[in-house]
Design a protein around this ligand. Structure first.
Ligand SMILES: *Cc1c(COP(=O)(O)O)cnc(C)c1O
Length: 366
């Protein structure tokens, strides 16, 4: 009997993540851009976040305050950035543990000032401008400028650190020289009126990197907040046709165990209605083929079509809450019960797998 090893597991290679972060930090640095390393994609697991913190990034950043609070115990002095606009109910916690946050509501900023005063702390703020992606941010540049001037002249514990924008996440709007150029114009106007440079003009995340690679980034942008490109390096090469050299893609690996292997038809028999999630999947009749069942499911990874099989001949055909079904007809070596199959992944499975209670986290160094 083999020693008991827990499956499913996700193996996280902290050396490769560090190298990716260092590479992106150095590349952006060479273009005059400082970086915040975004840790929310892996639930801010402290051991992994610590590896990213050594890369030279200016902050570690997350949209979830609880991840930063948990990390604070391990990294008492490292600058942390909160990416999601803070809730009124979390301001005290935020001011205690976070150095800089993205904001768009004066009501919240005024309360941050009060908490910071009470705690004897300083808190920095990046005001967000909505350039058409329609998630967070002031929609009116004039309103943003007015807020910036108010912070600069009236608040003592809140520092106006800069302005920023987010693109692509909701409205799928592409960052361009034009829309980021508009952010830079607003920044220049604020700088002129307050008589000093802003620390940060923050031009987005991973999807803004193509502008750097094609030398079209407006000169005023000096900061990015990057997660995906550091963690997985999948979106730029696969969706945008760009790539930064030297980045690993095998940073997060799911390993799951085969619990059944049988020859079965590929088209379900009987009257078809809806699957376990209320969807009507399309099934292709390819006759009888060999397929394997794995003990991991949507409850762990959410989206099977965002997993990438590492064994040649393995093809993902579907999943339910607790099962993943793969076609193994074309595998060179026969897949058998007890075998372990490995998968790399896109962003969504990384997000869910690193949070799943049933998935063991294993940290690798090369
Ligand atoms: C998640 C997030 C990012 C990072 O996005 P990536 O696509 O992972 O680089 C940047 N900014 C904000 C506001 C975010 O919420």
């Amino acid at each position: 009997m083999k020693k008991h090893v827990h499956y499913p597991r996700i193996e996280i290679n902290t050396s490769k993540l560090y190298e990716n972060a260092k590479n992106v930090v150095d590349y952006c640095g060479s273009k005059g851009i400082t970086l915040s390393g975004v840790i929310k994609g892996f639930n801010g697991i402290p051991h992994v976040a610590e590896a990213l913190g050594k890369s030279g990034c200016a902050h570690l950043a997350s949209s979830r305050l609880e991840q930063l609070v948990r990390l604070r115990k391990r990294m008492p002095a490292f600058p942390f950035m909160l990416l999601r606009l803070p809730m009124l109910s979390e301001l005290e916690m935020m001011v205690r543990h976070v150095d800089i946050s993205l904001n768009s509501e004066m009501e919240i900023i005024l309360q941050i000032e009060q908490h910071a005063e009470k705690l004897g702390k300083k808190h920095s703020i990046v005001l967000m401008l909505d350039l058409g992606d329609l998630r967070e941010g002031f929609y009116s540049p004039e309103e943003l400028i007015e807020a910036a001037l108010h912070i600069e002249t009236n608040l003592k514990h809140v520092r106006l650190a800069g302005i920023g924008t987010n693109l692509g996440c909701y409205g799928s709007v592409v960052p361009t020289a034009e829309n980021l150029g508009a952010l830079c114009s607003v920044a220049s106007e604020i700088e002129e009126r307050i008589g000093r440079k802003l620390d940060f003009v923050s031009g987005g995340g991973t999807t803004s990197i193509p502008l750097l690679l094609s030398d079209k980034m407006p000169a005023g942008i000096n900061h990015l907040r990057v997660g995906e490109e550091i963690l997985l390096n999948r979106d730029l090469p696969d969706l945008w046709g760009f790539s930064l050299p030297g980045l690993h893609q095998d940073t997060f690996t799911l390993k799951a165990q085969v619990i059944e292997v049988k020859n079965k038809p590929t088209y379900p028999m009987g009257e078809l209605f809806l699957d376990a999630f209320g969807n009507k999947p399309v099934y292709q009749d390819r006759g009888v083929r060999r397929r394997a069942l794995l003990a991991v499911g949507k409850g762990d990874f959410a989206m099977h079509d965002k997993l990438i099989p590492l064994t040649e001949g393995v093809e993902i055909i579907g999943s339910s809450s607790d099962h993943l079904i793969v076609d193994v007809e074309d595998c060179k070596e026969a897949v058998k019960v007890g075998d372990i199959l490995a998968f790399n992944m896109y962003y969504a499975p990384m997000l869910y797998l690193t949070a799943s209670q049933s998935v063991k986290k294993v940290y690798l160094k090369r």
